[in-house]
Structures are given as C-alpha cells and as structure tokens.
Design a protein around this ligand. Structure first.
Ligand code: HEC
Length: 123
C-alpha cells in the first residue's frame, strides 16, 4: 500500500464514522422527542403539587379532601364528564374547590384533564 492509499482509507473511514455518529444523534433525538414520559411526569408533578392536597396522589381523595366530599376522580361519575367541562371546573373551581385559572395556564389545565383520564380504571 502506498502512502496515498493509506491516507484515502483513513479519510473514508473517518467519514463513515462521522456519518454513523450523525445518524446516531438523530436517532437519539427522535427517541427523546417521541417519548411522552417527560410530559407525563410533569403532569403528575403538577397534580401532586396543586391537586393532591385534596384529591390524593391517585385521585381517590386525601383525608382533607374526603372531609370536603371530593369525588373520586377515577370514578365513572367523574370520567363521564366531558373534557371541556373538566377543564372549566379546574379553571373556575366548583363548590369547595378553588379556581386555578390564575395559577395554571390553559395547556397545563388541558394536561391535567388528560392526567385525570389516565387515572381511569386504576381503582
Ligand atoms: C382545596 C381542595 C381542592 C383542591 C386543591 C383541588 N380540588 Fe378538585 N375538588 C375539590 C372539591 C371539594 C370538589 C367537589 C366539588 C363539588 O362537586 O362541589 C372537587 C371536584 C373536582 C373535580 C370533579 C368535578 C365534577 O363535578 O365532576 C375535578 C375533575 C377536580 N376537582 C379536579 C381538580 C384538579 C385537576 C385540581 C388541581 C389543579 C384540583 N381539583 C384541586 C377540592 C379541591
């Protein structure tokens, strides 16, 4: 092998490595974006900090909540309520439940509605 050929082999090899590396980075990024896990975690964190004091971490109702007669969020009674109405209750409050429209954005309220949906059937 001449000096020239060796150089070319090294070039081709490093080019292939570079392409492989770029491909791998795209792959990792697309996995990270496709995974809903981080959002889910954020939703449940919001629920735990804003709602669990009354509704319990699983939606069944905490001690405080039970004394206020909170409904079990996993129950069919709550689950049959349409998304828009749940969002409105979270936003404006209801009975002993405070309104959250000033402390939560619309997106957060919608995420909480889907979080409540994810509790369905966990009873
Ligand atoms: C201070 C206690 C308290 C907190 C905090 C609270 N709730 Fe409530 N929630 C209640 C009470 C009490 C009710 C029952 C209201 C009624 O029917 O009179 C209720 C009812 C509900 C209902 C059922 C409404 C229905 O009629 O079907 C949903 C859904 C709900 N809360 C979601 C949430 C979410 C989401 C959060 C957090 C952003 C939250 N709540 C925070 C006390 C609370």
């Amino acid at each position: 092998m001449t000096q020239d050929q060796t150089e070319r082999h090294v070039m081709v090899a490093s080019l292939m490595l570079l392409v492989l590396f770029i491909g791998l980075s795209f792959f990792v990024v697309s996995i990270a974006q496709a995974s809903p896990a981080p959002d889910r975690a954020a939703d449940s964190a919001t629920f735990r900090t804003k709602c669990a004091t009354c509704h319990g971490p699983d939606g069944s109702g905490s001690e405080v909540g039970k004394s206020m007669h909170v409904p079990d969020l996993r129950s069919p009674d709550v689950q049959k309520v349409p998304d828009a109405q749940l969002a409105q209750i979270i936003s404006d409050g209801k009975g002993g439940m405070p309104p959250f429209k000033s402390s939560l954005g619309e997106n957060q309220i919608h995420s909480l509605v889907s979080y409540i949906r994810s509790l369905r059937g966990k009873k």
